[in-house]
Design a protein around this ligand. Structure first.
Ligand code: GLC
Length: 756
């Protein structure tokens, strides 16, 4: 008896000692889960606002919770796509924590250069690491369903192949630093109006081909540590509570094995349901959510298996983090090196829209009449969680001065007196209330034309998270802007002097009604903290523009296929089932962007894929060869001009269209030359898989590549096809998928009420 007692006491104390020494390791996660209490598991699955934890980084978006007993640390989640979003200063700390303000998503996409985007991602990832964070809540990669969504600046394109490819490059770059990313917002977060509640009503075909496809490409071509489930509902079900989306499609079909976290919703939605659906972190996180999980496990509504599955996924992510590895971060990332990178990267995403009589590059620096309030208050990025606390922003006035131009002093002083009146108080919508363009009399403008060599005019637009754009006064030019532009044009052209317009915005605006006025238009987008220098580098020819549009510029808002199925900035949070507020019908189906305009022959102001260069390029006869799983294509591009430049070549395919209704053409691949000197050429190679030619047959719930002759088109844009070839798909390919995310409301597809 005594021996047994001694033995059991010895075992107990050994167990206690062992339990105390049980610490999370990559190879003991099962053991840890066995030792976690239900309360601890619930704690792990529910995050906290960064401000509510002493384990975070000031200003970061949030943290997970720790379980010190088992050596499970809290990890830090921080925004955002254009750079690390943390507080730039800390009370009692003389060090500063500014992060580089990189170009926004639209700029990165318009470079058409995954290599450049990976380099930017790598730099952002270094700042995530050195500022002590673990997961960057980026890239934002929702489709530009219309130009009116407030957050388009954070996203990439109207086209799924561009969006997915650029997102994958961004993820690979960031994660080279040993930190994580979060591809967001999964899925169909197509509007900001009532984004927390809205039910996005979409056909299964459009869901698969347009809205999920970018995420599928990103998962296939990178390995994002996390996915962020979006706020909205999709066909009646919260995406955050949809196992069909988060498990059946994301994991069973696509093979994703990372972590899903929710977007930051404080709505009292069933927390147990969101864990069961496949979220491993409920953010921002409140104690009532932990209670909800515990109570529903005890009631049997939430299985412990579901809880353990998500805890395992979370711990597998945690053991990869710098925080778990106790990385000694420096708080001194390479901000100087990144400033140089962002300056150059921005120039590669800017798009030259007009350049009459080779106005640009400017032959010499001289005296500039710099118009437009935004010239003196340049917009580096959008508002909301996608904004970055940058060390500075180089405005256009400074950039031009740095480049050796002389800015008209009186005009500068006039605008600078106006500048401080911009309402920057509200992080989400404040900057959108930018003052109307200050008025200048015709006589003043005529005097300025006398006294200066050239007019440069900036048109600025701001938008961001939490609200969509208006058509009047936002998408369209304001009457003040139009009057200013016309008066400047008259005055300077009367003296044979040039007018250059700089568009400083994160999204599309109306251009058709005024683009004939100036001699040149450069779409600078929201180019990050070095914006003014980047624009000057293009204007002076130090950098040659090679950006191309990854979205369509329509002639008018009324031409946008979804314009009647989109909120125009109105919207309530809790409407009474108001259309475009509480539910939004995607009647345009798959006909988003150029898929609509090219298929239905609608004219546009600037087409998808469009962008001028300072030089010209010639495309050779392409060579297309069938391979075991599709085809490869080669084409040589030659610089036939007298200025060095790069050319982004787009490969479109027009399907036979016998088995289903198809868009006139679809982008299937793209490539970009290195910088080619005059006379130089480069052969570009493209690989296209037959499965990527497939359309989604909803009736059969299968991807379907029809047999027959496909036209292969090499475009300088979607409307400027320079060379064609063909590819013969010998047999039909099909791939069954789960028949999920079913439509619960009827749609009237645009093809039924739009004549071809
Ligand atoms: C926001 C955004 C999301 C962001 C998160 C944390 O509401 O929708 O993109 O990462 O909350 O700030």
């Amino acid at each position: 008896m005594k021996k047994q007692l001694i033995l059991s006491l010895a075992l107990l104390s050994a167990g206690a000692v062992w339990a105390q020494t049980l610490r999370l390791q990559p190879d003991n996660i099962d053991k840890i889960i066995e030792n976690l209490t239900l309360e601890e598991k619930a704690r792990l699955l529910v995050g906290r606002e960064n401000s509510e934890s002493d384990k975070g980084v000031p200003g970061a978006a949030g943290v997970t919770q720790d379980v010190e007993r088992l050596g499970i640390p809290a990890v830090v989640l921080t925004d955002g796509p254009a750079g690390v979003r943390i507080a730039p200063t800390r009370p009692g700390d003389s060090h500063t924590y500014y992060a580089t303000g990189f170009p926004v998503g639209t700029v990165l996409a318009c470079t058409w250069s995954p290599e450049l985007v990976e380099n930017v991602g790598r730099a952002i990832g270094e700042e995530v690491l050195e500022y002590g964070c673990d997961v960057l809540l980026a890239p934002g990669m929702n489709i530009h369903r219309t130009p009116l969504c407030g957050r388009n600046f954070e996203y990439y394109s109207e086209d799924p192949v561009v969006a997915g490819t650029i997102a994958a490059a961004y993820v690979n770059g960031v994660q080279e630093n040993g930190v994580g990313t979060s591809i967001k917002h999964f899925a169909v977060n197509s509007q900001e109006t009532n984004r927390i509640e809205v039910d996005e009503v979409v056909s299964p075909r459009a869901i698969r081909e347009i809205y999920l496809k970018p995420f599928e490409i990103a998962v296939e071509n990178s390995n994002p540590w996390t996915v962020m489930s979006s706020y909205n509902r999709l066909n009646g079900t919260w995406t955050q509570s949809s196992p069909e989306l988060l498990k059946t499609i994301l994991r069973d079909e696509w093979g994703y094995d990372g972590l899903v976290m929710t977007d930051w919703t404080n709505e009292r939605r069933p927390s147990w349901e969101r864990v069961a659906a496949g979220n491993a972190i409920l953010t921002p996180g409140h104690d009532w959510q932990e209670t909800d999980i515990i109570e529903n496990v005890k009631s049997g509504r939430l299985s412990m298996d579901d809880v353990d599955e998500q805890v395992r996924i979370l711990l597998e992510m945690i053991v990869k983090t710098p925080r778990f590895k106790k990385y000694q971060f420096s708080n001194t990332p390479d901000l100087d090196g990144h400033a140089k990178l962002t300056r150059r990267a921005a120039t590669e995403g800017m798009v030259l829209l007009e350049n009459r009589d080779n106005t640009l590059p400017l032959k010499s620096t001289g005296k500039v009449a710099l118009f437009g309030k935004t010239s003196y208050d340049f917009i580096a990025g959008g508002t909301g969680s996608g904004d970055v606390n940058k060390p500075y922003v180089v405005d256009l006035m400074t950039g031009l001065t740095n480049a050796g131009f002389t800015i008209d002093r009186r005009l500068k002083e006039y605008y600078q007196a106006q500048k401080n009146l911009v309402d920057k108080t509200n992080a989400i919508s404040g900057e959108r209330n930018r003052l109307n363009e200050p008025k200048l009399s015709k006589r003043n403008i005529e005097r300025l034309a006398q006294e200066n060599d050239i007019a440069i005019v900036t048109i600025g637009r701001q938008a961001g998270e939490g609200g969509d754009r208006q058509i009047e006064g936002d998408f369209n030019l304001t009457s003040d802007e139009r009057e200013m532009l016309e008066n400047i044009n008259d005055a300077f052209h009367a003296l044979g002097k040039k007018v250059v317009v700089i568009m400083n915005m994160g999204n599309v605006m109306e251009t058709a009604s005024w683009k004939g006025l100036p001699d040149a238009i450069l779409l600078a987008w929201q180019p990050g903290q070095e914006g003014g220098n980047s624009v000057a580098d293009i204007l002076t020819g130090k950098e040659s523009p090679s950006g191309k549009l990854t979205m369509t510029f329509p002639v008018a808002a009324s031409d946008i296929p979804a314009v009647n199925d989109f909120p125009t900035g109105s919207g309530s949070r809790h409407g009474d089932h108001r259309r475009n507020v509480d539910y939004t019908l995607h009647n345009e189906d798959i006909y988003v962007g150029y898929r609509y305009f090219n298929t239905f022959g609608k004219p546009v102001s600037y087409p998808f894929g469009y962008g001028l260069s300072y030089t010209d390029f010639e495309y050779s006869k392409p060579v297309v060869k069938a391979t075991a799983d599709g085809f490869t294509a080669q084409i040589a591009v030659k610089n036939t001009g007298d200025i060095e430049g790069k050319e982004a070549v787009q490969l479109y395919v027009s399907a036979p269209g016998k088995d289903m209704e198809k868009p006139a053409l679809e982008l299937k691949a793209f490539n970009k030359t290195r910088s080619l000197k005059p006379g130089e050429s480069q052969t570009l190679t493209f690989h296209v898989k037959a499965k990527d030619l497939a359309s989604f047959n909803a009736a059969e719930s299968q991807w379907q590549t029809e047999a027959g002759k496909y036209e292969v088109k090499f475009g300088a844009s979607s409307s400027d096809i320079r060379a064609t070839a063909s590819y013969n798909q010998k047999k039909v390919l099909t791939a069954k998928v789960n028949d999920v995310l079913k439509l619960k409301r009827s749609l009237t597809p645009v093809s039924q009420h739009t004549s071809k």
